[in-house]
Ligand binder design. Structure first.
Ligand code: MN
Ligand code: MN
Length: 314
């Protein structure tokens, strides 16, 4: 009997540490990372659909069901999550955010034939292969959301660092593929917002200290009452849709359902909103069915990487 008990213990799946053993900070970091993956998996089903098409097919889209134009398995994530994971691994390997390491990690990620890849990401990674130069040339056209969707590992690794160092790290990762002022502003804003929520700030304060100054610096980010539907891959439209949903709702679930049902680049708005909402509300507010519904290997990778990046920051 002793023997069989030992066998069971040895062959049982390795369980990650229960939430009780995580610090409150690590717990929020995990929620942000799992939130990113959940938003990606939820939104991918309706990516590039219009709200009207979504209503006709799903009523309201609320379940992680796969499908979509990428014909995903239920729970499968896309480039938004997998590029973040590739970046996070490069940061952990170096012990800090490094442009060259990030570029090599993204290049290796592209060689792995990802399920989706943005045009700007592909073009500038192909250029990196030729030149070895990890900073893409500045371009006013490269204002897609491809750098903003993968900022989370930088936010976690730089938590508690001076703002200047954090902003430099943000540009180092972003400029591998997107060297653009609007993208930079979006990336920094998202990073500081995540860090504020990890530090326990409330949404009103974060809006006043991060979002209003963004709009003052770059008025193009301003939004009005009219719902931003069908947000394109343009980082300004992405953030407008995310901010409208994020500041008009009061739970992780309501925020994500609101944003993905706007359609358009829904996996990316879902991923960014999921990251912010995870950091804001914590793991306990994420619906169980979504935690179970997202691909398990991906979820565990996100959890472990979030814990490691937070450990690196302190
Ligand atoms: Mn994607
Ligand atoms: Mn997308």
């Amino acid at each position: 009997m002793f023997w069989s008990g030992e066998l069971i213990a040895r062959t049982a799946p390795i369980r990650h540490r229960p939430p009780a053993e995580r610090s409150p900070l690590a717990e929020r970091a995990v929620a942000a990372y799992v939130g990113l993956a959940i938003g990606d998996a939820l939104g991918a089903t309706v990516e590039f659909m219009t709200p009207r098409e979504i209503r006709a097919q799903y009523g309201t889209h609320t379940e992680i069901s796969g499908g979509g134009w990428l014909r995903l398995k239920a729970g499968q994530v896309t480039d938004d999550t997998t590029m973040a994971l590739a970046l996070g691994e490069a940061i952990l390997a170096r012990g800090h955010v490094d442009a060259q390491a990030a570029a090599e990690a993204f290049d290796a990620w592209m060689r792995g034939k990802p399920v989706d890849i943005g045009n700007t990401v592909r073009r500038n990674l192909v250029t990196f292969r030729k030149t070895g130069q990890p900073e893409a040339p500045a371009s006013e056209h490269d204002a897609g959301n491809g750098a903003a969707m993968r900022v989370l590992p930088v936010a976690l690794a730089c938590h508690g660092q001076p703002p200047d160092a954090t902003a430099a790290a943000s540009r180092a990762q972003a400029h591998v593929t997107h060297n653009n002022a609007l993208s930079d502003a979006a990336c920094e804003t998202l990073i500081f917002m995540v860090q504020d929520f990890l530090a326990g700030k409330d949404a009103l304060t974060v809006e006043a200290e991060r979002v209003i100054p963004l709009v003052e610096r770059f008025p193009v980010f301003a939004w009005d009452q009219k719902p931003r539907e069908n947000p394109s891959g343009f980082v300004v439209e992405t953030l407008q849709a995310v901010f409208q949903s994020f500041f008009a709702t009061e739970s992780f679930e309501d925020c994500l359902i609101d944003v993905v049902n706007r359609g358009g680049d829904a996996d990316t708005t879902g991923a960014i909103a999921g990251m912010l909402a995870g950091a804001r509300y914590g793991l306990a507010d994420i619906p169980r069915r979504w935690l179970r519904g997202v691909d398990e290997l991906t979820r565990v990778r996100c959890e472990k990487q979030a814990e490691a990046l937070i450990a690196l920051s302190s």
